[in-house]
Design a protein around this ligand. Structure first.
Ligand code: SF4
Ligand code: SF4
Length: 516
């Protein structure tokens, strides 16, 4: 009976490796078209699909694979959490390694399970009123975001430093390490070190999820995960369920103590089918081999400890919070630095659909897309904006529109993308080197990618820093041609704030007007 558990473990490994493969391939590979559906896991996620559909008030064709998971859950029960969920696999791996010998003191009350349902009702109600908070709690979104902004950049930094250290060592070590380094650079490591705002906080929150294992196995999945709550509700009456041949059971309790979800309680013949993730551990440890998973009815426990008042309160809270966020001042006076990716929907629709998964930030060639802090208010926290001093929007790239799982960023044809205006550049004449008469500089103009340069020079006599007069070529912006890609700001050679800056002024995502 251990075969099914082995199968489940194999499934977790295979799915996790597929997840990592898709994550690593969420990048530009000499082609502006991605060969795989790298956002597959997000599109399989019924919680995210439901929230984006409710909040966005639109049927989103891209998320149709989530329907398959929903239907399978209705038939098979909450198998997704035990066999598929990559965050569940990471938590299980942490449990089997870091927390293997931990003695868990003080049981977490069973009643805490209800929080995942309450969270689910809260999120559903706020989504219904177009405020989308699912990004904070959706497990797939959490994992991709953490890998993108925290884990991968940190790993990239550490590996580069280790191999640089090997290279400086005497003897045969560089000869051995360099081929391995070359392999990693061409298949895994980023060419330029990625950097992201929020990387520390996102990483710490993820560590918090793992650290909770100290108190209970699958703490996150049992008590907090709203996707788990949704699947539990869907799978509660699933046809495939645990049952015991009671005549052969000796009530040894091994199955109950082995269950990572606490789905067996009190009477070992009773299973909470909403909590059971069909991991098959109980079946594998049963010495009498009397546990089976089949379509036949198993004894069902009392319903979830969820009062009607609790459900109504969570839903009401989700609804009443909406106006508070809608009256935040940023709605009236948007931050000029809030430059959205090319193809982003108008702001309201964009925020309703964006799940802050970080796919667009991961794929952005020049590392220009960054998570917001509060530029778009708390409601827009961690949504993507272009931070031109860190990186720019590559003129020949349409990748962010290809990876966005909910269509918050539309997929644009390249000719349209090249003319989509994200904002406009302006020259800070109090800092620009030719403007202040300090030295010649044509860096911004050299990098400007538009078909006819959007930065033009005019020769003008200027008073130099030493008090004399000289002719300098001073940059001016042609606002008909500028698309706000930000490369001029990224490349400006001034050490701190650039002398050419891009703001969202003139952006055309609502009007659809294109640059010349
Ligand atoms: S922001 Fe620009 S460079 Fe970055 S992914 Fe989108 S299209 Fe590509
Ligand atoms: S933002 Fe700068 S580089 Fe980009 S099109 Fe405008 S002027 Fe050119």
């Amino acid at each position: 009976m251990k075969t099914t558990r082995t199968l489940r473990r194999a499934s977790q490994w295979v799915v996790f490796l597929l997840f990592v493969f898709l994550f690593l391939n969420t990048e530009y590979k000499d082609n502006d078209v991605l060969p795989y559906a790298v956002n597959l896991f997000l599109r399989l996620d019924p919680l995210m699909a439901g929230a984006a559909t409710l909040a966005g008030r639109a049927l989103i064709g891209l998320v149709w694979p989530a329907l398959i998971v929903a239907l399978l859950t209705v038939v098979l029960g909450r198998f997704f959490c035990g066999w598929v969920c990559p965050l569940g696999a990471v938590i299980d791996a942490a449990d089997a390694t870091v927390f293997r010998k931990v003695r868990r003191k003080g049981a977490v009350p069973v009643s805490w399970r209800r929080y995942k349902y309450l969270l689910l009702f809260f999120l559903a109600a706020s989504s219904l009123f177009t405020l989308q908070w699912v990004f904070l709690f959706d497990p797939i979104s959490i994992l991709i975001r953490t890998l993108t902004v925290s884990v991968f950049p940190a790993m990239n930094l550490v590996l580069h430093q280790i191999f640089d250290g090997f290279y400086r060592m005497p003897g045969p070590i560089p000869g051995i390490s360099e081929p391995a380094y070359g392999f990693l650079k061409s298949h895994f490591l980023a060419f330029e070190q990625p950097v992201f705002r929020t990387s520390a906080i996102v990483g710490l929150l993820f560590l918090g999820i793992l650290a909770a294992e100290k108190y209970q196995r699958r703490f996150w999945c049992r008590n907090l995960c709203p996707l788990g709550g949704l699947l539990a509700l869907m799978g509660r009456f699933g046809l495939f369920r645990r049952r015991i041949t009671e005549a052969g059971c000796t009530r040894c309790g091994l199955c109950e103590s082995e269950c990572r979800m606490g789905a067996i309680g009190g009477d070992v013949a009773v299973t909470d089918h909403g909590e059971c993730i069909e991991c098959m551990d109980c079946q594998a440890v049963c010495p009498e081999e009397v546990i089976h998973f089949s379509g036949k009815e198993g004894r069902r426990p009392a319903a979830v400890d969820l009062t009607r008042r609790g459900v109504l309160a969570a839903a009401a809270l989700g609804a009443v919070t909406v106006p508070f966020f809608r009256v935040e001042a940023h709605g009236k006076a948007p931050d000029p630095l809030m430059i959205r990716p090319p193809g982003a929907l108008p702001e309201g629709e964009f925020l309703a659909r964006c799940t802050r998964c970080g796919e667009c930030m991961r794929v952005c060639i020049a590392n220009g897309l960054q998570p917001t802090w509060f530029e778009a208010g708390i409601e827009g926290m961690w949504s993507p904006i272009l931070v031109s001093r860190i990186g720019y929007c590559e003129y020949n790239c349409t990748l962010c529109g290809q990876v966005c799982p909910t269509g918050a960023i539309r997929r644009l044809p390249l000719p349209e993308k090249r003319k989509t205006r994200l904002g406009l550049a302006y020259v800070d004449r109090s800092r620009c080197l030719p403007w202040v008469g300090q030295s010649d500089c044509i860096v911004c103009e050299e990098h400007c990618p538009t078909w006819s340069k959007a930065i033009v020079f005019r020769e003008e006599r200027t008073r130099t820093a030493r008090g004399g007069w000289r002719t300098f070529k001073k940059p001016y912006i042609d606002e008909e041609l500028c698309v706000g890609c930000g490369i001029c700001e990224t490349k400006c050679p001034l050490a701190d704030r650039a002398a050419v800056l891009v703001t969202s002024r003139g952006e055309t995502r609502s009007t659809g007007v294109l640059a010349r």
